[in-house]
Design a protein around this ligand. Sequence first.
Ligand SMILES: C[S@@+](CC[C@H](N)C(=O)[O-])C[C@H]1O[C@@H](n2cnc3c(N)ncnc32)[C@H](O)[C@@H]1O
Length: 243
Amino acid sequence: MQVKPYNYVSVIYSHLMRDISFKEWTKYICELIDSNNLDNPKILELASGTGLVSEYLHPIFPEMVLSDISLSMLKQIECQNKNVVCCDMRDLPFKEKYNFIFSTFDSVNYLLRKKDIIKMFKEVEQILSDDGIFTFDVSLYKNSLRHSKVLNRKGTTKGMKYFQYSSFNKKNRIHTNKFKIILENGIIVTEIHKQKIYPFEFFFDAVSKTSLYVSNCYRAFTFKDANPDVDRAQFVIKKGKKC
Ligand SMILES: C[S@@+](CC[C@H](N)C(=O)[O-])C[C@H]1O[C@@H](n2cnc3c(N)ncnc32)[C@H](O)[C@@H]1O
């Protein structure tokens, strides 16, 4: 397959994600929809990437809207979804309201400054309907400790050789993934992804700076309460004040 220049890392991303069960991840997203009694959800996905969740979600909710800051990631989307918007989750262009806004797989960790996270909450606040929920997962400290070794890997896909180097700086809590890709013609492309591993408590603090509140915070993929020691937490955010 001939890979178009803008697609290298997004193609590698889809390849690396082949072992992750997005079917199971989508099931959990559907359970979050059901447990909040959203019968006819109007759905917006933030940082959808190559649309791996929407492959399963779109057949159930064909009106769902996908968005991501990266056009090359969006261009990899395989489902027939026409509702795709290239935008930054810190500056959302939507005028309509949604009652189910979500993001998966550490995407929120890509916002590197605390003020970016608050900005995202403030943007979501504008377009979340009064009965709606905003849910996202975050990768926490233990996950980075665990995965910084495992994620050093290499392989081949679609004629490209790739190397992934992963490291976690405990001091500034930045988790870096560097991708080196050697194309068939020998040209080397590199891309560096940085994620901030915020303290668990920070998200509660950031939400409190808006009119939103944390309705629940689960150990990801479950409905059990999370704590600062879990690998990944799933936040469920609502409008108003907690009763
Ligand atoms: C780890 S990928 C996850 C993609 C997808 N949610 C999934 O589960 O496969 C992180 C995604 O966040 C996107 N992203 C990073 N910063 C963003 C921002 N400020 N606004 C919107 N998307 C962003 C990246 O382009 C990338 O597609």
